[in-house]
Design a protein around this ligand. Sequence first.
Ligand SMILES: C[S@@+](CC[C@H](N)C(=O)[O-])C[C@H]1O[C@@H](n2cnc3c(N)ncnc32)[C@H](O)[C@@H]1O
Length: 257
Amino acid sequence: MQAQVSSREQIASLGPWFHNLHLPDGTQTAPDHPFGDFPQFKWQHVAQAVPEDLQGWTVLDIGCNAGFYTFELARRGAQVLGIDVEPMYVSQARWAARQFGLEQQVDFIEGDVYQLMSSSRRYDLVWFTGVFYHLRYPTLALDLVRRATARLLVFQSMTMPGEPQEPVPPDLPLERRDLMLAESWPKMAFVEQAVARDNSNWWVPNASCVEALLRSAGFEVLCRPEHEFYVCRPTAVPPRSHGDLTRLLRVLTGPDS
Ligand SMILES: C[S@@+](CC[C@H](N)C(=O)[O-])C[C@H]1O[C@@H](n2cnc3c(N)ncnc32)[C@H](O)[C@@H]1O
């Protein structure tokens, strides 16, 4: 009883929490989460689309928050690096790692997806969920994620309503731009102010756009195990985006990058 009270106090002092972690002593970090048991109920569907045995795999969890996915992947044997721009979440994740006894398999650092610009390191699996729509430069981030992915990507974004549609024709006559108004055309809605009172939201793609963006960044979509979740592998052919990214990196980081 004493231990539970103390654990609750620590949870409160580290909060507010976005991930509801079920700690070994039975306490939960966000038991009254408005989404429910989040993200456990998402993981229940996504888990079967990820290899059960991740021994020997390196994983990068971008926007790791309190580390829910980091911990699940570490339990499958992976060595996981979680990065997040928000120091409060990094503190939560580090504390939770100690509660789970997973300190040897996980590492959490304060970091930004854009820092991948200055790293050529690759990870077997890159976990990039819940971050894309928070970025003002989302396609840059996706291209950087592609560069960092050796075997598998798990991607998620908030999306506009609707299901993915067939890819659009490879070329569009100028006078047929009306086709861009069709639901099937890849689109992103720009958020000038806020969604759900959150002004960290910038771009909300439709499902066709997510798939088109993933393809053009050099990913093949293998499956969609859960609403808005995409499991992908990098394609062998260099993506169309490669030239732009290379030029941008040269401009930003100098000719030797
Ligand atoms: C909606 S939460 C998603 C958390 C977790 N990835 C998930 O899927 O449940 C977004 C997280 O991304 C982090 N984040 C936002 N922008 C980021 C950036 N540029 N680089 C790294 N993390 C970022 C936020 O601090 C937050 O923890």
